[in-house]
Write a protein that binds this ligand. Structure first.
Ligand code: GLN
Length: 447
């Protein structure tokens, strides 16, 4: 713990942690240390973990990197936090992220952007950028993030890590600050597949506090990692034909396809007919859900209250105007618009139907193939400040990650070397619901 604390301090300029839990981390370490002698420690004894600042940890602050929750303290712990602590993980701090997890570059945080350790002029990816760089820069052993439309996988690819988003319903969302509830999933940022498997195994499984969870038994993912055998893989041919994908990202994909073929796997190009609808349907549905979820920040119940308010209406208006950042406001307005009486059918209801088709077509593909292979992101980490310019361009960067989110399927980003500038690249494998074991097996083999 002391070593990691030093590393955090030495690299404070990267802006990774919103808060370091020095006291509670050292106390937990001492407690684990004392119990090591008599062999009563859990399976994560000594594992030092960073958690994204949208995960509640009793008695500690949690802000979602927003001014509106800047001084809010959790009154209970997320189910996953309880499970990690019960296995003796040591939580070292809360990691910077995009405000309310809205973003793909960690540039919407009230606390400023997180810098990439591979090149400090570039973004970390988002929204779990702090969680990613915390692991990339050796500030902890592993980190927990959340992935609504790619927020674990995309920063993992920008930082050269393994980023796993499990099936929707695999890990409890109790105690996770909601962004878009029908998409939000907890995920892991790790250096190895084994760590991802172990953390998943500990966090997954039924929980009375989350009614959307599956009751399926949780496999011993880590112990059961095994050779995958010969697989059938579909790769998205638009990832190679589209001018929007960086040439070195394409090369990484092509090299992997050739390698997999040479090793005896069946790898075929496919075209996803609903490709153009992925990003629009995701942003209609995610913003709609966000506008509803964020209605609770009203300056009355908890969080920031404007000192300039004079009555109830101005309390709502000023607290929200002053408390939320620009991107969050944009999304609340978009979401409110698509849910409004006049436009509900044209946008929200239609996007729901498109989502069903996307799920159906993706599952049809996965009936034939074991995995769908794509780059995780169309480009490697871009320069800081770029996402300021045009939000729609930024939204389009999510093209490869939102399919798994819309379909509720598990997907993983695995490192695929560096480009000529030394920036990490990542590839994504997407698979059938609750086939995390197959995904982990194949990723371990692939690496
Ligand atoms: N970039 C996507 C968004 O802004 C995904 C974010 C996330 O997964 N939390 O919505």
């Amino acid at each position: 713990v002391k070593g990691y604390l030093q590393q955090i301090e030495a690299n404070a300029r990267l802006n990774v942690f919103n808060e370091v839990f020095e006291q509670s981390a050292l106390a937990k370490a001492a407690d684990v240390d004392a119990r090591i002698q008599n062999g009563t420690v859990g399976r994560l004894a000594g594992m030092v973990i960073g958690i994204k600042d949208n995960i509640c940890y009793k008695g500690h602050k949690v802000s979602a990197s927003s001014k509106i929750l800047e001084d809010f303290t959790s009154v209970y712990s997320a189910t996953i936090v309880e499970r990690l602590l019960a296995e003796d993980a040591i939580i070292i701090g809360r990691c910077n992220c995009d405000e309310f997890a809205m973003g793909a570059a960690n540039e919407t945080s009230y606390f400023g952007p997180v810098k990439n350790y591979a090149d400090e002029t570039r973004v970390s990816g988002g929204s779990s950028g702090g969680s990613a760089v915390a692991v990339q820069a050796n500030m902890c052993h592993a980190a927990i993030g959340t992935d609504t439309g790619g927020s674990v996988r995309q920063p993992a690819s920008f930082c050269g890590l393994v980023g796993l988003k499990p099936t929707y319903g695999r890990i409890s969302r109790n105690g996770i600050i909601s962004y878009a509830s029908s998409f939000d999933q907890v995920g892991t940022l790790t250096k190895s597949v084994y760590d991802a498997a172990l953390l998943l195994e500990i966090m997954a499984g039924a929980d009375d506090f989350d009614g959307t969870l599956s009751q399926k038994a949780v496999p011993a993912y880590a112990a059961e990692i095994a050779a995958p055998g010969k697989k059938k893989i579909a790769y998205l041919q638009e990832a190679i034909s589209s001018p929007g994908v960086d040439p070195e990202v394409k090369n990484a994909l092509i090299t992997s396809i050739e390698k997999l073929r040479a090793e005896g796997h069946t790898v075929k190009p496919v075209s996803f007919e609903l490709l153009d609808y992925l990003v629009p349907s995701y942003y209609i549905l995610a913003t709609a859900e966000a506008s509803s979820n964020l209605a609770r920040y009203d300056g009355v119940h908890y969080g920031y209250r404007s000192p300039n308010a004079t009555d109830l209406t101005s309390t709502y208006k000023l607290s929200r105007s002053e408390g939320f950042g620009k991107e969050v406001k944009r999304r609340i307005m978009l979401g409110t618009f698509v849910l409004s009486a006049g436009y509900y059918d044209a946008y929200y209801a239609k996007a729901q139907k498109v989502r069903r088709l996307i799920r159906q077509k993706t599952n049809e593909l996965l009936a034939e193939y074991d995995f769908i292979l794509t780059p995780t992101a169309p480009e490697p980490a871009f320069e800081l400040g770029k996402t300021e310019k045009d939000p729609v361009v930024t939204y389009l960067y999510d093209i490869f990650t939102v399919q798994a989110s819309l379909a509720g399927l598990p997907a993983i980003s695995v490192p695929a070397g560096n480009n000529s500038k030394g920036l990490p690249l990542g590839l994504q494998f997407l698979t059938r619901a609750f086939s995390e074991q197959e995904l982990l097996n194949f990723s371990e083999y692939f690496l």
